[in-house]
Design a protein around this ligand. Structure first.
Ligand code: NAI
Ligand code: MG
Length: 355
C-alpha cells in the first residue's frame, strides 16, 4: 500500500519537527509493506505574510484530491489582531470535516512521577459554543452578551462512536504498556447535563446510545460531570482510558491533561474525519528555541503514529509508539525540555535505530 502524505510544516519549529516525522515514515520496517509519497504544502503566518492568505487554496485542494493524510507542524499567531489573518488549522478542520480532535496523553516507565498515565481525550470539533454565534445587546442595565451553544445528535453520535472505536483499538496497540490496573477498555462521557439538561443532556443521551452498540459490548462506559472530571483527572489520571467530550470541555480538558506529562514536546494530536487524518503536535512554533536544533521531535513522531492509526495502519503505529517509549525509557537521548542535552537529530536517530 502506498499512502500520499501532505507535509505542512508551518512556522518556527514546525520546520524542524515535520522533517523528522517524514524520516520516520520513510524508515518504517519493510515487513510492513507500506510506502509513502510526499507533497510539501504551505500554510501559516509566514505564508500569510508572503501571499496574503494563511491557507492557500492549493493546500486545501491538494489535501482533498491527492492525499490520504497529512502532518501539520505549528503556526505562529500574531499577538495582536492582524486584518485578514485567521488560523489555518481551524479552517482546515472545517474544510475537511475533521470532526474529532484526538489527544493521547501517556507516560512511560522512564517518564512518569510514579503514576502510569495512558489516556486519550476525544474532543468534538465542529459545534458547541465554538459555532461563534454571539451577540451583544444594550440594555438599561448595561451590555449583555450571549452565545449559542449548539449540540446536535449527529455530531454527538459520531464523536462518541469514534471514541468507542479508539477504546477498542487501544487494546491492540498497547505494547504491554497498558495500565495494569485496567483490563477492559473504558469510555468516560463528560458533560454538565445536571445544569444544561437540553444541550449537554442531548450529548450525554446520544453518547450513551452510540456506545450501547453491540460492537462496543466489551467497552465499559461511565460518565463524569465536567467539574468533577477535572478533579479526578488531576487526582487519579491513571484511572482513565478514553474521555469523550463536547468541544469546549474537550478543549480545556485536553490542555489540562497535557500538563500531566511534563513537556509539551511529548504530546501529539490528530484531527480526524471519516476519510482523512492530520497528525499535529500539540505545541506551537516555539520562537524561543527556533533554529537551535533542539526542539523535541517526539510529539511529532507520536502524531505520525496517530495519523497512521486512523489510516488503518495499526501495526506501523504500534511499532512507532514502542520505539518512542524505548527512547524515553532509556533516557540517553533527551532534548533540553526533558532535562537532557540531545539535539532533535540525535533523538530522531535514536528512535529510528529502535524502529
Ligand atoms: P509553544 O508551544 O510554541 O511554546 C511553549 C513553550 O514550550 C516554549 O518554552 C517552547 O520552547 C516549549 N516547547 C514547545 N514545543 C517544544 C518542543 N517540541 N521541544 C521543546 N520545547 C518545546 O507556545 P507559545 O510560546 O505560547 O506560542 C508560540 C507561538 O506558537 C505563538 O505564535 C502561538 O500563537 C503559536 N501556537 C500555535 C499552536 C498551533 O499551531 N497549534 C499551538 C500553540 C501556540
Ligand atoms: Mg486549546
Amino acid at each position: 500500500r502506498t499512502l500520499r502524505i501532505g507535509l505542512i510544516p508551518g512556522d518556527g519549529i514546525g520546520r524542524e519537527v515535520i522533517p523528522a516525522g517524514r524520516r520516520i515514515l520513510e524508515s518504517l520496517p519493510s515487513s510492513l509493506n507500506l510506502k509513502f509519497s510526499f507533497v510539501d504544502l504551505e500554510a501559516g503566518y509566514g505564508t500569510f505574510q508572503k501571499t496574503g492568505t494563511a491557507l492557500p487554496d492549493k493546500t486545501v485542494e491538494t489535501l482533498k484530491n491527492e492525499c490520504d493524510g497529512a502532518l501539520f507542524g505549528a503556526v505562529s499567531s500574531p499577538s495582536t489582531k492582524v486584518a485578514g489573518y485567521s488560523s489555518p488549522i481551524v479552517a482546515l478542520r472545517k474544510k475537511l470535516d475533521l470532526y474529532a480532535n484526538v489527544r493521547p496523553v501517556k507516560t512511560t516507565a522512564g517518564n512518569s512521577n510514579g503514576k502510569p498515565i495512558d489516556l486519550v481525550i476525544v474532543r468534538e470539533n465542529t459545534e458547541d459554543l465554538y459555532v461563534k454565534e454571539e451577540r451583544t445587546t444594550e440594555t438599561p442595565e448595561g451590555k449583555v452578551a450571549e452565545a449559542i451553544k449548539r449540540i446536535s445528535e449527529r455530531a454527538s453520535f459520531r464523536i462518541s462512536n469514534i471514541a468507542g472505536e479508539i477504546a477498542l483499538r487501544r487494546q491492540n496497540i498497547r505494547n504491554g504498556s497498558a495500565n495494569p490496573t485496567r483490563d477492559q477498555p473504558m469510555v468516560t462521557i463528560t458533560h454538565k447535563s445536571n445544569v444544561l439538561s437540553q444541550t449537554d443532556g442531548l450529548f450525554r443521551e446520544t453518547a450513551r446510545r452510540a456506545l450501547a452498540a453491540e460492537k462496543f459490548s466489551s467497552v465499559f462506559v461511565e460518565e463524569q460531570i465536567v467539574d468533577s472530571m477535572v478533579y479526578k483527572l488531576f487526582r487519579q489520571p491513571e484511572f482513565y482510558d478514553v474521555i469523550v467530550a463536547p468541544n469546549l470541555y474537550g478543549d480545556i480538558l485536553s490542555d489540562g491533561a497535557a500538563a500531566l506529562v511534563g513537556s509539551l514536546g511529548l504530546v501529539p494530536s490528530a484531527n480526524v474525519g471519516d476519510n482523512f487524518a492530520i497528525g499535529e503536535p500539540c505545541h506551537g512554533s516555539a520562537p524561543d528555541i527556533e533554529g537551535k536544533g533542539i526542539s523535541n521531535p517526539i510529539a511529532t513522531i507520536r502524531s505520525v503514529a496517530l495519523m497512521l492509526e486512523f489510516l488503518g495502519e495499526e501495526k506501523a503505529a504500534a511499532q512507532i509508539y514502542a520505539a518512542v517509549d524505548g527512547n524515553l525509557d532509556a533516557a540517553q537521548f533527551l532534548t533540553p525540555d526533558m532535562g537532557g542535552k540531545a539535539t532533535t537529530q540525535q533523538v530522531l536517530d535514536d528512535v529510528l535505530k529502535r524502529l
